[in-house]
Ligand binder design. Structure first.
Ligand code: FEO
Length: 394
């Protein structure tokens, strides 16, 4: 993608990874992703903010060549993960006078991950500034969004905040600005769910610091640039805030139809009572979509057969993910079918220990559900309806 001047002397260099379908060998990328670098030209000095994944580093290098950039004084590393830092070794070779500007913790990670030598670093602390001549970079440490070393860079004169991963979205696009596009909202929510939600409790502090700055533009290193920062800031306040949605996620796997029969009865009961339900069959579910639904649903009901004494591995995987993603789910219930015993309920609860959820019930069905089992599900529906009475729908 051609460089785009977003403010005078500030250029967006976005490497679009249209075909990438998995991140960290875990996270599905239905819309690909981008690695955004930004070139800032001061009167005396030139800085590049973040770089690109090694897979697309040639695109970044070629863009700099096409722009005729002969000298880079500073490469700001907001984050050490290789999708933003991976092109650093090549850049430092091409621009031998360039210093890597970052905080001490990030420097340590870059030395470990990329073997960059000590003399190439210029270490900054929280609130430090660096003048490029008519353009001033201010560095804001923002640990745990989502690694311990992450920071933001603020271009004071233009009021642009470069947030690297934070507030980003995994989407490749030949557009530059997000405006208030619902599709960008959707991608950003998915990204929040997969990457940032585990750090939900610390995010409001970072949002407050950003609000103090009142940036006119937020430029992340994945996805599009927020020309109206309130769009993404309001969304993050909502996702990290205490309110949950009147919605039940029914997450299940069924081997021979017993669990499916229980799930259908449950879903019918919730629907008759006007409770919005999303059903995820784990044999076909995109785990990113499940993560996104977990952002604000009030209740999750996990249903699984008992296999070899415990939950089906798909249910175990989904439950483990839920535990580490740290959603604000309020209520949880478990349904299992078994034939000769097992510890399914106990094992699933163990994976969810860190979540502050209220367990609404655990229904253990011997074989295919019978009348008594369906009545137990009806009672669970009544409990869910009562818990959801005060909640609003979308
Ligand atoms: Fe986009 Fe944490 O890297």
């Amino acid at each position: 993608m051609e460089p785009v001047e977003i403010r005078k002397g500030v250029f967006y260099l976005g490497a679009q990874h249209w075909s990438r379908r998995l991140f960290d060998e875990l996270i599905p990328l239905p819309e690909g992703t981008s690695y955004n670098a930004y070139l800032v030209l001061g009167r005396e000095k030139t800085a590049l903010i973040d770089t690109a994944d090694p897979a697309l580093e040639n695109e970044l290098m070629e863009a700099l060549e096409r722009m005729g950039v002969e000298k880079i004084d500073y490469v700001v590393a907001n984050h050490a993960e290789q999708d933003h830092s991976g092109a650093l070794p090549s850049l430092l070779e091409r621009y031998p006078m360039a210093k890597v500007v970052t905080n001490q913790r990030c420097k340590e990670l870059l030395v470990d991950l990329l073997h960059i030598s000590d003399d190439r670093f210029y270490v900054v602390g929280d609130g430090d500034t660096l003048s490029l001549g008519g353009k001033t970079l201010r560095f804001i440490l923002a640990p745990w969004v989502h690694w311990p070393e992450t920071m933001f860079t603020y271009l004071e004169e233009e009021k642009i905040l470069f947030t690297c991963d934070f507030l980003g979205a995994h989407m490749a696009s030949n557009r530059v600005y997000a405006h208030r596009d619902p599709l960008v909202y959707f991608s950003a929510k998915r990204y929040y769910a997969e990457i940032m939600m585990p750090f939900r409790q610390t995010i409001p502090n970072h949002l407050a610091r950003i609000e103090e700055l009142s940036p006119e533009m937020i430029a992340p290193s994945h996805g599009l640039i927020y020309d109206d920062p309130s769009f993404i800031l309001e969304a993050y306040r909502d996702w990290t805030g205490p309110e949950v949605k009147n919605e039940v996620l029914v997450v299940y796997v069924s081997m021979h139809g017993s669990v499916r029969a229980a799930v259908e009865h449950l879903t019918d009961g919730l629907s008759k009572n006007g409770i919005p339900v999303k059903v995820f069959n784990l044999t076909v579910t995109d785990i990113g979509e499940l993560a996104m639904a977990l952002v604000d649903a009030a209740t999750v009901i996990m249903a699984t057969p008992t296999v070899l004494g415990g939950p089906h591995p798909s249910a175990l995987y989904a439950t483990y993910l839920m535990g580490v993603l740290n959603p604000k789910t309020k209520h949880l219930a478990v349904i299992t079918s078994y034939e000769w015993g097992g510890r399914t309920v106990e094992i699933l609860k163990g994976f969810l220990d860190r979540l502050k959820v209220e367990i609404l019930g655990a229904i253990e069905i011997k074989g295919h559900p019978k009348k008594g089992d369906m009545e137990a599900i009806d009672r669970l529906v009544e409990v869910v309806v009562e818990k959801h009475r005060s909640l609003k729908a979308d």
